[in-house]
Write a protein that binds this ligand. Structure first.
Ligand SMILES: [Zn+2]
Length: 295
C-alpha cells in the first residue's frame, strides 16, 4: 500500500509544521514521516517524530501507517536511551497549539531544569549542563536502527551532482574529479599511500539545505576527525557547481582507503544525499546515501 494513497496527502499552507522547509535539523526521514532534533537550551536530547502529511489524530491514520509510526517511535526512544543514557524518557503527543500529528521523545534527568514536571511546565532550577549531541551521532544511530533515509531524488538533483567539479588539494597538485571520468593525479596519490580506492565526502549543507558557515565548519571538522582517527590519508577538497549558483561551493574531504559502503554510511551520517568514490585508474562514481523514491 502506498502511504500517499492512505493517510497522507494533505498539506496545509498555514500550518507551521507543514510549512517547515526541508532542513538541516532533519535526522532521518522516509515517505511518511521525519525525525528532527528538537533540542533546546535545557533539554539536549530531545527528538521529534513528525508525520509528513497534515493529520490531526493517531486514529486518523490507517492501521499500517499507525504501526509504522509506532515502530519508528520505539526505535527513536531506544536511540535516545542508548546515546543520552537518561534517567527517564518522556513521550508526548499533544498538538494543542499545532494540531499536526507529532511525537516528542525527551531524555529526562532529576537535575534537569523542569524535573519532575514536564518540559513545558514552570522551570524548577537551573538545569545541570549537558553537552549537545552531534547530529552525526544521532543520524548514525538512527541509520543503524532504521536503514537509509528515503528522499525524493529529483532529476534536478542528479543533474546538480553531474554538473559539479570536485577539486581535491592533493600534495602533488590540484586534481579535478568529474563523475564518469578518471583522474590520473589521484592514482599517484593512492599509490604513494599503498591504497587503491578513494572517496570524496562532504559534511556541509545536510540534505542539500543551506546551513550557516559555522555549522558547516563544525561538521567538516567532525568529519575530518573521524577520518583521521581511522588512520586514513585525507586531503581538503571542494565541490564546485558548474553554474556557480550564488556560491554553492562546499568544503569536502578526499580520503583514501574507504570502501564505497563505508563512504556511503559516513556520508549518510553527515546528512549527505550522495558521496563520490572510485578505484585507481577507474572513473569517478556517485553513490547515493539515501533510498531514492518518487516525488
Ligand atoms: Zn500541518
Amino acid at each position: 500500500m502506498s502511504a500517499d494513497a492512505s493517510s497522507a496527502g494533505e498539506h496545509k499552507p498555514d500550518c507551521p509544521i507543514c510549512g517547515d522547509a526541508p532542513g538541516h535539523h532533519w535526522l532521518w526521514r522516509d515517505e511518511r514521516l521525519r525525525i528532527i532534533d528538537a533540542r533546546d537550551a535545557d533539554h539536549p536530547a530531545f527528538l521529534r517524530v513528525i508525520w509528513n502529511a497534515h493529520v490531526r489524530e493517531m486514529t486518523d491514520l490507517t492501521d499500517a501507517d499507525r504501526q509504522h509510526l509506532m515502530e519508528v517511535l520505539w526505535q527513536v526512544e531506544r536511540a535516545v536511551r542508548e546515546i543520552a543514557q537518561p534517567d527517564k524518557i518522556n513521550l508526548g503527543s499533544l498538538g494543542n497549539m499545532v494540531p499536526h500529528l507529532h511525537w516528542h521523545v525527551i531524555a529526562r534527568w532529576p537535575d534537569d531544569a523542569h524535573f519532575p514536571g514536564s518540559v513545558w511546565s514552570a522551570k524548577q532550577r537551573e538545569g545541570a549542563a549537558r553537552p549537545r549531541i552531534p547530529a552525526a551521532l544521532w543520524r548514525a544511530t538512527l541509520l543503524a536502527r532504521l536503514g537509509l533515509p528515503a528522499v525524493a531524488v529529483t532529476p534536478e538533483l542528479v543533474t546538480a551532482y553531474e554538473h559539479t567539479a570536485y577539486a581535491a588539494d592533493l600534495p602533488g597538485g590540484p586534481a579535478t574529479l568529474r563523475i564518469g571520468t578518471p583522474e590520473p593525479l589521484l592514482e599517484h596519490w593512492l599509490t604513494e599511500h599503498g591504497q587503491t580506492r578513494w572517496a570524496v565526502i562532504s559534511a556541509a549543507n545536510p540534505w542539500s539545505s543551506r546551513c550557516e558557515k559555522d555549522a558547516n565548519h563544525a561538521a567538516h571538522t567532525a568529519l575530518r576527525a573521524l577520518l583521521v582517527q581511522r588512520g586514513l590519508p585525507v586531503c581538503e577538497a571542494m565541490n564546485w557547481p558548474d553554474d556557480g549558483v550564488a556560491g554553492w561551493t562546499e568544503p569536502a574531504l578526499m580520503c583514501a582507503g574507504l570502501s564505497p559502503e563505508e563512504a556511503l554510511r559516513i556520508g549518510a551520517a553527515f546528512g549527505q544525499n550522495a558521496v563520490l568514490c572510485g578505484e585507481a585508474g577507474e572513473s569517478t562514481q556517485i553513490m547515493w546515501c539515501v533510498r531514492q523514491r518518487d516525488r
